[in-house]
Design a protein around this ligand. Sequence first.
Ligand code: GUN
Ligand code: ZN
Length: 641
Amino acid sequence: MKFEVKYRDAAGRIGVLKIKNKKIETPVLFPVVHPREGAESIKRYSQVVITNSYLIYKNEELREKAIKQGIHKLLNFDGVVFTDSGSYQLYEYGDVEISNREILEFQNRIGVDIGVILDVPTEPNASYDKALRDVETTIERALEAKNIKKNFACIATVQGARHLRLRAYSARKLGELNFEFYAIGGVVPLMENYEFSTLVKIILQSKKYLPIEKPVHLFGAGHPMLFPLAVSLGIDTFDSAAYILYAKEDRYITPYGTLKLSDIKEFPCLCEVCLSYKPSEVRSMDKKERTNILAKHNLLVSIQEINRVKQAIYENKLLELVESRARAHPSLLEALRIFYNSNYLRKLDPITKKSAFFYSGEESLRRPEVKEHLRRIKNIESSERLVVLADRGKPFYDFYKVGSSKKCRFVIASGVFGIIPIEVEEVYPLNQHEAPRILDKAQRKFMEIAVKNYSKLYKEVLIDDALNIKLEGAEYIDYTDIEKDFDMGFKLRAIADYIYGSGAGKILFKKPRAVFSRTGRIRYAYDGDVLIGTIRASDGFLTLSIEGAKRLIKAERNVVFVGERAKETIKNRSVVYNRDVLSCSSEIKPYHEVIVADEEKNLLGVGKTILSSLEMLKFKHGIAVKIRHKNKEYLERNLIF
Ligand code: GUN
Ligand code: ZN
């Protein structure tokens, strides 16, 4: 099995799983099918299914058929077949008539694509001791599974009930066993009770200790209202029996909650079911037909939500989707708050995104982009005095016609980012954000705290009267009285510091010079006659030229060090593969601008990452960096003997 990641957003990923010559894209939902019924009716919508190998094993007729024909023929399905092991029956009924070895060998024999060890799910409210025993048994079985020859991708499941220390222990121990695929289990009751915040804590803790380069399945999370949140935490696959179980109870699934069929006057969906029937018509069907019809709708909306999540990852809009879904139920909102209060996304969320940052409420102030911004403004060289201005419309420069200099720093007080130094206002996410023009209370408070904290770095502070921020020792000014000042060199250095870390500006620019586009924006950044880089129109990033990179490499900022083999792929394919990454600066995030060098610090090229530093060091497959400019001179010299 191979797993590679193509796109990233938050901790979410679009990946490709290759299993036995079959290729599937993640995130993906495995619809549950009954082994007796097969997957005939599902083929049209899904290339993957999950069924239960224990149920097959227990039934003599199914077992003989599966052994003789294989699981794919049994289900009449040639896509990816994932089978569960009977663990859930173990949980429901306390016992199963099969051993770990037997079920693993059986899954092997019937030719499943993805299988599971016989893990021991623990009831969430179980005591620590009980949960520990189940975790230990699960680890022993995982260890045993390593020595059973298997021709399928084998999953080991993290357990530990709601005891987070046990989740960590379980994830770490199973992680060390180097399975191809992992799962988080024992969470179904939490989802049934809408205990989403506990679920988030469990996922956070498990993901933290599981190998980042492995796919992770979330067992039993079949309701689409959870998909955006779970994917943003790094879950790759789901299974759903929910679509049938809900249908059996006349419940109609939507991405924002569940409706009772008896309450529906109009279907809020236009899938083939909802287009063909009126709610009253479905109500009057006999039980079997009604269940089938509802199950079909439930499955289609679930798959549709997975597609929506994928599209959100492509557009870097995943957190916007998560925030909008969080409004569907207070328990989801609580879960979102737990998620944002953790530091989990700090090193994982992309440094730049394809779409604007949308403010959706006070939770947005806890987003990783905001925290990251407040860290990165500390990288910019300081000035003698600080002038804090009100937001009177973007771009700020066009309104105020001032820029920061060694003497004076101009910043805008912002209800989203706290402080926006005017010289970096064009850099993502500062320009590319949208928020209501009327601040809510949380924004107002956040802005005041940010201004106060930032002001501590300055002896002399001038504050725009209009802001109405009280600060001891500060002077209050009318913005029309501000001294007009502008220093292009200071601006270029600030942009470099903001993107590449403190000191980068000084290394790159001694005699800074800007060349403007027709629209009046900086296009090229020079040092004297040397082109240092280009300011990218989409996100204001300074992308380095080869000359710029040669200067920055000495400071080891945003450098990816690669092995010999990478020289060939850079030259011929303009990419660096993860397997060739030897080490890299820890601050590298997805879509960062990086410098690629060999072990002797010779520059090979510059480009953009797909993954964070944590990930590129671990993934064995896939692309780490897409190269924009190659150091041709060095590469040619080095490849011809
Ligand atoms: N289905 C729902 N929960 C679980 C679990 O914890 N383990 C397994 N194997 N299957 C499940
Ligand atoms: Zn529908």
